[in-house]
Design a protein around this ligand. Structure first.
Ligand SMILES: Cc1cc2nc3c(=O)[nH]c(=O)nc-3n(C[C@H](O)[C@H](O)[C@H](O)COP(=O)(O)O)c2cc1C
Length: 163
């Protein structure tokens, strides 16, 4: 890949398989941005320092220095169900890595470069990269790997009926 690895918002707006729907609504939009703000705070990158933010995003495209990078490829003829099935498979890979003392970073950021990846990986015409995954030994002492995640509680996430 020769061109500078920087996601192109115009291209993403026309992606038939977007990572997020356009005009993401609340509370999802707010949660997404809050997590990003917390991460950049941990990285000590101020909001106005766009170049530094982009440099961090670009680290995705070297798998954050991990020794192994995986790409998860799906056949675009498959239906929504199979996207969910692929997600389960990816989660299983992540859990197995943890079990063996490794770690990973799931990376939907790679979706920004699906056409380039299809060429690079010589994918078939119906195949597309869903996401990537950096695999290695995470440096758990790094602030980016240990800042507190403001996760919603189960009562906000789920509704229990009949209990
Ligand atoms: C489906 C999915 C895609 C993700 N894509 C990215 C990504 O492209 N780049 C990145 O730095 N983190 C990405 N993340 C976040 C990291 O993988 C995250 O650190 C990891 O999921 C650990 O979860 P936690 O931060 O909630 O502990 C993604 C997470 C998920 C679940």
């Amino acid at each position: 890949m020769t061109r500078e690895l920087r996601p192109d918002p115009a291209r993403e707006a026309n992606d038939p398989y977007p990572i997020y729907p356009p005009n993401l609504w609340e509370p999802l939009r707010g949660r997404r941005f809050a997590l990003a703000e917390d991460m950049y705070r941990a990285l000590e990158i101020p909001r106005e320092d766009k170049p530094a933010r982009l440099r961090h995003v670009a680290r995705n495209f070297e798998f954050f220095g991990a020794p192994v990078g995986l790409f998860f490829v799906i056949d675009r003829r498959l239906a929504h169900g199979q996207w969910a099935h692929l997600g389960m498979l990816i989660q299983t890979v992540a859990l197995l890595l943890e079990e063996r003392g490794l770690g990973c970073c799931m990376q939907e950021a790679w979706a920004s470069f699906r056409p380039e990846l299809a060429t690079l990986l010589k994918l078939g015409s119906e195949e597309m990269v869903y996401c990537g995954m950096a695999v290695g030994h995470p440096d758990r002492s790094k602030p980016v790997n240990q800042f507190p995640r403001n996760r919603v509680g189960v009562d906000e996430l789920a509704e229990f009926r009949g209990f």
